[in-house]
Structures are given as C-alpha cells and as structure tokens.
Design a protein around this ligand. Structure first.
Ligand code: CMX
Length: 440
C-alpha cells in the first residue's frame, strides 16, 4: 500500500487476530506484580500496560518497532540529495505500521504532512497576542494544541455517531494534521517570544519538503547542518515506550475518547516537568553555570568533580543524568554525541559535556543513591542547539514536544484500532494496606 492510512488499515485485522490469540492463550497469566513499595514508588517496573510502538531495554535503550537507534539511522530513508540523518516521516511510518518504509512511501508522507501544515490564521493571531514574556513556551504550546482541537475529526465523528471500529481512522487523521502543524506552532512561539514577533515569510519555507527542514527554516535557521540536526532530534525524542509521563498521559487521557489534540495537550503538560522533558532546559542552564563557576579555571576532573558535589550539596539533582528505566548510557545521548563529534568537535560547551561524561557517573556512584549514573537524552541536546544559535533554553522542551507527538500519537492510533477501553487502575489507601496485611 502506498498511503499511510492504507498501510495502517492493512495491519489492523492481522494485529487484532494476534492479540486475540495472545489473550486466548495467555489471558490469565500474571504479567507482573506490584509490591507495596512499588505502589508508593511511582509504580517503577510494574508491567501493567501494552504499548506497541516502542520498547525500552534497561541495558540497550529504546527500540522503535524492534529497531535500535543505530538501525533506524541506517535503514530509514534520508533527505535528498545528501542527507545522512533519518527523516522523521520515515519513523512515523515505521511506528504506525511496523515496517521500514520505502523511499516513495516516505515521500508520500512528506507531501501529506506538508499539505496539512497550514495553521488557521486566527489561531496564529491568538498566539501572537499571548503575554510571551510571562508565559513559558511550553504553556503557549499547550494553549495552541488546545486551540487546534476545534478541528478534530475524531470529536466530530463521535458526535455524529461514528462506529467504534472507525475511531482509529479519525484518530489518525487528527494525528497527522496535528503532527504536521506542530512545527509551525513551535516556530510561531519561538519567533514571538525571542525574536520580536518577526516571522519567517512563508516563501522561505515553501521549498522545505520534510518536517525537519520545515521546522529549522521556520525557526529562522538556514544551514543544512541544522536541518540535519532537526531530523535527528525529531527522530530521537519521538517515543520511549508507554510508561513515561508524556506517553502515559496521552494514552490515559485518550482512553476517555478525548481526541488526539486533548490527549496530546495532556502529554505536553507532563513533558513540561523538570524531571521529564524540561530537563533539557535545566541541563543547559546548569552547564552555563558550571562554566561561570569555573571562571576561566581549566575543565579538569578535579574542578568539575568539586562543582558537581556543590550541586548535590545544594540539594539539586544533576540534570541530564539518571533514568527511571535505563541502566546504561542512553543511546539517544550517544547518537547526539556522534553528531557533535562530526560537526562541532572543538566547541567548548561540547567539550564540557564530554568531560562531564567522565566525571558525573563517578560522583553519582560515590553518592550512592542513583540507580543509573549515566547520561540521558537531555544531557546532550542543548549544546547542539546552542552551537547553531538556538540559545534560548526555555524553548528546548517545545522541540521535544514536537518530536514526542510522532510516537505518542502513533501509539494512540493503535489504542483506538485495538479498541482499548478507558483506563481505570485500582487505587488503595494507606489504611487499606494496613487493614489488608495486618489481617493475614
Ligand atoms: N542527580 C542527583 N540525584 C539523582 C539523580 C541525579 N541526576 N538521579 C536520581 N537521583 C536521586 C533521586 O533523586 C533519588 O533520591 P531520593 O531517594 O533522595 O529521592 C535517588 O537518586 C534514586 O533515584 P533513582 O531511582 O535512581 O531515579 P528515579 O527513577 O526516581 O528518577 C529521574 C529518574 C530521571 C527522574 C532522575 O534520575 C533525575 O531526577 N534525573 C535528573 C533529571 C533528568 O535528567 N530528567 C530527564 C530524564 C529523561 C526524560 O524523561 O526526559
């Protein structure tokens, strides 16, 4: 099949049949258990949901539909004529269908998204009138997604009595339109907040045929290297299995049959937390503080170790290190490090990041609290953006959000395709736990 919708359609019945067999065979097996400590402890490691688009291995990192990040970098189609990074549109096809797309399939997604990318003027004007200096870019971003919700095909179809078996297609329509419009929205917020509302004329972005380039150009960046960085960035941040705050929020809210706009806005609000997506903003601030505190002293192990301890003594986490599931260096960090080694090996901030890779794990090990002392995706992204002139760290989580739509909305389409019900886990009180276990 050539169109994405047809490709997804062709996968639904076989997948439903597979789920049916799995439930027939293993439906009553115990998938995971939950101790009292896990219930108090953020449900860490409790296996209690099925999420098809990606799976996270604690040692190896994320796999998108079974493909590791290096495999995706190798196998997914690139921009013509000389792109080296995978096109996000290819990842979208992979996540939605489970297949590595052909060149022409990716081109069809590129064209489809390009055609959907026009944001209604009144929505842009509403964003233009927000108090940009007082509203964090992530707040502006969720406002924008909620504003776009009025165009939801899914909500319209529901109101007109659409059959449950057709929800996925309306959900996919919304997902594609929303994914296509997010770069435009992100750029509008960026230019409003940091560039005196001087927007990039539409003619400048008209020949940008892929999402990464369109995002780069409408933000106001013109180098092909930055286009490549945006493609890599959009691929790396797209999906990280189902239990992280943003993905789970999208799934949870979507399970009430809230449409993709409403569900994704919920995910963005979770992404805006400092322990999750906002960590990329925190990292850059922390790195700049490090540099200031060094005050011209060399980046030696000794000097950096002392500054890391200072952060910990002040009661702060070291942003960009640690992970709830990962137990090794995040391969999304490694992919960005490879990009830096190729394009900006002599950048001073990259050298600081590199040196911290040697120092911080040792400090965290010595502190003895963290389960994973290694760097995560957010440790690296800021220095790359800054190198090309995107220095406004408050904006970084918006870029993360543009990318996260690709994964979480693909998964949401599958939630509706498989007819998953409204989520409603059981909660208990501390008194209930006491009564229950004291009685034994
Ligand atoms: N610096 C200092 N202390 C850290 C730490 C770090 N980078 N990472 C974890 N710890 C601490 C925790 O705060 C916790 O301390 P308390 O027992 O005093 O509460 C202890 O180590 C154990 O935590 P953990 O089980 O190793 O980690 P969690 O699963 O609870 O939390 C995470 C995971 C990511 C929130 C945490 O490692 C962290 O705060 N890291 C810094 C922020 C960050 O980089 N977040 C981005 C993650 C990726 C993303 O979602 O975008």
């Amino acid at each position: 099949p050539q169109t994405l919708t047809e490709a997804v359609r062709s996968k639904i019945e076989p997948m439903k049949a597979q789920v049916h067999v799995v439930r027939e065979q293993f439906g009553e097996e115990v998938l995971g258990t939950c101790t009292v400590n896990q219930a108090y402890g953020g449900m860490r490691s409790v296996k209690s949901m099925v999420y098809e688009t990606s799976l996270l291995d604690p040692e190896e990192g994320i796999r998108f539909r079974g493909y590791s990040i290096p495999e995706c970098q190798k196998l997914l189609p690139k921009a013509k004529p000389a792109g080296e990074q995978p096109l996000p549109e290819g990842l979208l096809w992979l996540l939605l269908t489970g297949d590595i797309p052909t060149e022409s399939q990716v081109q069809s997604v590129c064209m489809d998204l390009k055609q959907r990318a026009t944001v209604p003027e009144d929505v842009l004007h509403f964003l233009d009138r927000l108090p940009h200096k007082r509203l964090h870019p992530m707040t502006q971003f969720t406002i924008a997604v909620n504003l776009l919700q009025r165009d939801s095909r899914m909500t319209e179809a529901y109101a007109h009595g659409a059959a449950k078996s057709a929800y996925w297609e309306h959900c996919l329509e919304d997902a594609l339109t929303l994914i296509a419009r997010l770069p435009v929205i992100a750029a509008r917020i960026y230019r409003n907040t940091f560039h005196g509302a001087k927007h990039i004329p539409l003619e400048t972005t008209a020949n940008a045929d892929d999402m990464g380039k369109r995002l780069a150009r409408s933000l106001g960046f013109e180098s092909t290297e930055f286009d490549e960085l945006m493609r890599l960035y959009l691929v790396l941040h797209a999906d990280h299995e189902g239990g992280n705050v943003s993905a789970h929020a999208v799934r949870l809210v979507g399970s009430a049959l809230s449409d993709p706009y409403l569900a994704f806005a919920a995910g963005l609000n979770g992404l805006a937390g400092p322990l999750h997506g906002l960590a990329n903003q925190e990292v850059l601030r922390w790195l700049l503080q490090m540099k200031e505190k060094l005050g011209g002293r060399p980046m030696t192990t000794e000097n950096l170790t002392e500054l890391c301890w200072q952060t910990l003594r002040e009661g702060h986490v070291i942003p960009g290190f640690g992970h709830a599931v990962l137990r090794r260096t995040d391969p999304r960090y490694t992919a960005q490090r490879e990009f830096a080694l190729k394009y900006l090996p002599h950048d001073e901030m990259f050298q600081l990041v590199s040196k911290l890779y040697e120092v911080v794990p040792q400090v965290l090990e010595e502190q003895g609290k963290v389960k994973n002392p290694w760097p995560n995706v957010d440790q690296h992204s800021g220095v790359l953006l800054r190198y090309y002139g995107l220095v406004e760290s408050n904006f970084y989580t918006v870029l993360f959000g543009v990318s996260r739509a690709i994964g979480t909305l693909s998964s949401l389409v599958w939630d509706r395709a498989l007819g998953l019900p409204i989520e409603r886990p059981k909660s208990v009180t501390t008194q209930w736990i006491r009564d229950h276990f004291e009685k034994r």
